[in-house]
Design a protein around this ligand. Structure first.
Ligand SMILES: Nc1nc2c(c(=O)[nH]1)N[C@H]1C(S)=C(S)[C@@H](COP(=O)(O)OP(=O)(O)OC[C@H]3O[C@@H](n4cnc5c(=O)[nH]c(N)nc54)[C@H](O)[C@@H]3O)O[C@H]1N2
Ligand SMILES: Nc1nc2c(c(=O)[nH]1)N[C@H]1C(S)=C(S)[C@@H](COP(=O)(O)OP(=O)(O)OC[C@H]3O[C@@H](n4cnc5c(=O)[nH]c(N)nc54)[C@H](O)[C@@H]3O)O[C@H]1N2
Ligand SMILES: [Mo]
Length: 775
């Protein structure tokens, strides 16, 4: 007998189709006008030979424990063990490392998206367990907007607050005339919301805005990064030159008297200290449209014309998050904000600036997503942390001091790494460097549902359930839906929920109650819903009781009557409604940043040539700029083995988009297996020849499961197409220390000789426990 059970995923709210103990199908929510095809991968993967059937220990580690040969991670076979054994080993190792080396030698920064659900958020639960059992080294910020988070409080205020307050689509459709989108609003990216949504509406808003007369100008290297519905003009500059473009636009505004002096005087500080740089008084170089044109490759006339168009009508500047995931990624965010301030439309309906429209479905949403109580990490007794993308630096350089946002941080000596709900062998840059760093810890524990690249590189592997195998509650920030996630099927194999596993480890540390606060799974789910309900009541919205919600599967919160307009109150009265910046205004010049004394992020926005770009000397060896953007067919590396992702592979590999001119110059044809390489690494991919990517740029989306020809060997070629073997592992600057993946030069060639089989989707070798015991 088939039945339907509501649930939520980052790809959207779903109805699980269940037959007996099995998930046999998946359907989008009836309310979803543009459901994601990614959900179709779920049934096949929830029951799959890639699920980790029971706790496992790497054979070499089982034999020698913390004295094992750590270069065998990824190469050794695994030995199945009982939960008792696995949990005892994990608890003993945590205790040993903390006693011998101190709690800061445990790295629990464990970044990653895990699954939807406000209780079983694996990285948060892990921190909670590590916090109550003695402490650890944490991470701050994220990979998504990891530069904006430390930067923007100096410039405009708390960035999470800005995202919540951003001018919503209703205001854009009704009042904007021109939207200039640096980095686009990729429709594929807006199919995701962390926590899930009952309605994907980005494409619809693009269409409605266009029908209302809004013109879109899209500035970026890949045509598909603006929905066809927007009918945008496409300008394709060299990647990573946005700051130069913005400076060029700003220069035209000043020379033609089009900047809003009154707004700058009233709402910003430091413009006069920036102006000499812009006009060339400071360094003899006027940052005019001709100067910008020589850097970005767009005609100077196009830039001048665009500046005039922006000044003559209600204009919104949109900056994609991708812009700040590049070398000196602080600069386009700062300069974009300054450019918007010069236009003087910040705080007006449909005008000003926004960050990340299209990056997720809930950015620019009309909902403020009130409530949304969720599990917390709790305090960390050590107080130690790293900026999240500095993971390899941490492991490789114990004791080293580094700069971060005006502070000095010292890297602890990491002996144990515990990862839950993330995949660093997907998300981190320069995987060969990570591979070397990964040899440093004596013990690696990974908590995962599947045999992902990181699970294969662990010593102790703890199998986690998926959302369908436990109870939870979903719903994204800034999204109107609160989503019930009742358990649909029993756990697959011996998997246990993230909450359960970490409660057990807390128990072994003698602090179960501190971890659980006396609540079980359903106790927490009810607690969160009650929190949502109370928060709603304070706003005058009455939500149904828990039982009714749980049976119905969701509630949808009403939207505010008036559209949100970013910094509206500030604009109206900056004295009464100051920003959370040092001056209370938008900081064109920041004394605080200038005071840090960083040459890679001085006191006002500047053009700093990226380490790698199409204007660099290194293009003689590596002439193509690699854009490793978010994949259309999966979420990062999640569900790469599923039907939706595999359906779009080319010759079993990740498709690399290459312009016909670049392909022809290398004798590459559509469907060929090609090799991408630079000094950091190499991978194979499947060529997709298309003019949807500009000449000189290739696109290889992130997330193909890392699949080295020789597992464990540093520098081994990835057979499958993981771009992070090519990307650069360097912080954006000493200020943000964010990831800079979008700054990367490569070369590409047709692969010669036999084509190796992709083995990433074969589970690792699993030994017979009996045989091991007899040895
Ligand atoms: N080159 C390049 N690299 C990038 C980026 C880029 O633009 N270019 N973008 C970066 C960005 S913005 C991000 S956010 C990161 C994303 O990086 P990650 O968030 O690390 O990537 P995911 O593939 O989502 O990893 C989540 C892992 O959690 C596991 N998982 C799923 N559900 C559960 C669960 O219920 N419990 C447990 N324990 N585990 C679960 C999944 O199987 C998966 O292995 O990647 C970054 N990497
Ligand atoms: N389907 C799907 N959606 C996702 C995700 C996913 O994995 N799959 N991941 C989610 C996550 S975690 C995040 S953080 C967001 C990220 O959202 P974004 O940061 O917007 O994502 P990207 O896909 O990295 O980049 C978007 C586009 O920016 C353009 N771009 C790159 N570099 C430059 C540049 O220097 N200048 C200009 N002008 N343009 C540039 C490229 O055309 C690129 O495709 O997406 C989310 N949405
Ligand atoms: Mo992200």
């Amino acid at each position: 007998m088939r039945r339907l059970s509501p649930s939520s995923t980052h790809y959207g709210a779903v109805m699980a189709v269940v037959d007996g103990d099995k998930l046999v199908g998946i359907e989008p929510y009836a309310s979803d006008i543009d459901p994601s095809p990614i959900i179709n991968s779920l049934p096949g993967l929830v029951h799959s030979r890639l699920r980790i059937s029971q706790p496992m220990v790497r054979a070499g580690w089982l034999a020698k424990r913390h004295n094992s040969d750590t270069s065998r991670r990824g190469a050794d076979a695994f030995v199945p063990v009982s939960w008792e054994t696995a949990l005892a080993l994990a608890a003993e190792e945590l205790a040993r490392v903390r006693t011998e080396h101190g709690p800061e030698s445990v790295y629990g920064g464990s970044y990653g998206w895990g699954s939807a659900g406000r209780l079983h958020n694996a990285p948060t639960l892990l921190r909670r367990m590590l916090g109550v059992t003695g402490g650890y080294t944490a991470s701050v910020n994220n990979y998504s907007f990891g530069t904006a988070l430390p930067l923007m409080p100096h410039i405009i205020g708390d960035f999470n607050r800005v995202l919540t307050d951003m001018t919503d689509w209703r205001s854009i459709a009704s009042d904007a005339r021109l939207v200039v989108a640096f980095g686009g609003m990729p429709p594929r990216n807006s199919q995701i919301a962390s926590g899930g949504t009952g309605r994907h509406q980005q494409r619809d808003w693009n269409r409605r805005s266009r029908e209302a007369g809004v013109q879109f100008v899209y500035i970026g290297p890949v045509r598909d990064d603006m929905a066809a519905e927007a009918g945008a003009e496409w300008l394709a500059p060299r990647p990573n030159t946005d700051t130069a473009i913005m400076l060029g636009l700003a220069h035209t505004l000043v020379t033609e008297g089009l900047h809003d002096r009154a707004f700058l005087d009233r709402c910003t500080t430091g413009f006069d200290r920036f102006l000499p740089y812009l006009m060339g008084k400071a360094d003899g170089v006027a940052k005019d449209a001709d100067w910008a044109s020589a850097i970005c490759g767009l005609p100077a006339a196009t830039l001048r014309d665009l500046a005039r168009r922006m000044a003559s009508q209600r204009t919104l500047i949109s900056l994609s998050w991708s812009l700040q995931r590049s070398d000196h990624g602080e600069q386009p965010y700062w300069m974009g904000t300054v450019l918007a301030a010069m236009l003087g439309q910040i705080g007006l309906p449909g005008g000003g600036i926004g960050y990340g429209y299209g990056a997720e479905s809930n950015v620019g949403s009309a909902s403020d997503g009130r409530g949304r109580a969720r599990i917390g990490a709790g305090p960390n007794p050590t107080g130690r942390y790293i900026p999240v993308a500095r993971i390899s630096d941490l492991l490789l350089n114990p004791g080293m001091e580094d700069d971060y946002n005006g502070q000095k941080i010292t890297y602890p000596d990491t002996r144990l790494v515990y990862w839950a709900g993330g995949n660093p062998f997907h998300h981190h840059q320069d995987l060969n460097r990570l591979l070397l760093a990964w040899r440093k810890p004596e013990t690696v524990i990974v908590q995962e549902p599947w045999w992902t690249p990181v699970a294969r590189r662990a010593d102790i592997v703890l199998p986690a359930t998926t959302s369908f195998e436990r109870n939870d509650i979903g719903g994204a920030a800034r999204d109107p839906f609160i989503l019930a996630m009742p358990q649909a099927i029993p756990p697959v194999g011996q998997a246990r929920s993230d909450f359960d596993i970490l409660a057990e480890l807390s128990d072994r540390g003698g602090v179960r109650e501190t971890f659980t606060e006396g609540r079980d799974e359903m106790g927490w789910v009810r607690h969160f819903y009650d929190g949502d309900r109370r928060a709603a009541a304070e706003e005058g919205v009455e939500l149904p009781g828990f039982q009714e919600f749980w049976e119905r599967g969701h509630v949808e919160m009403p939207l505010s009557a008036r559209p949100k307009i970013l910094l509206e109150a500030f604009r109206a009265d900056p004295g009464a409604n100051p920003l959370a910046t040092p001056s209370g205004r938008i900081e064109v010049f920041s004394d605080r940043i200038a005071g840090f004394g960083y040459d890679d992020c001085p006191g006002h926005p500047v053009w700093l040539a990226p380490a790698e770009w199409l204007g660099a000397a290194a293009t003689d060896r590596f002439p193509l700029h690699l854009i490793s953007n978010q994949p259309k067919t999966r979420l990062h590396s999640q569900l790469d083995a599923g039907v939706t992702s595999r359906g779009e592979k080319v010759a079993d590999r990740e498709p690399v988009w290459i312009h016909p001119t670049d392909a022809a110059a290398r004798g590459i044809q559509d469907g060929d297996v090609v090799r991408l390489f630079n000094d950091r690494g190499a991978c194979l991919a499947g060529a997709l020849v298309t003019d949807r990517v500009m000449p000189g740029v290739i696109q290889l989306a992130t997330g193909a499961w890392y699949d080295p020809e020789v597992p464990g060997e540093i520098g081994a070629m990835c057979k499958h197409g993981n771009p992070n073997v090519l990307t650069r592992d360097k912080g954006t600057s000493r200020l943000g220390q964010g990831p800079s993946a979008h700054t990367c030069l490569v070369e590409i060639a047709k692969h010669e000789g036999p084509v190796p089989r992709v083995t990433a989707f074969d589970p690792p070798e699993i030994l017979d426990p009996q045989a091991e015991a007899a040895e």
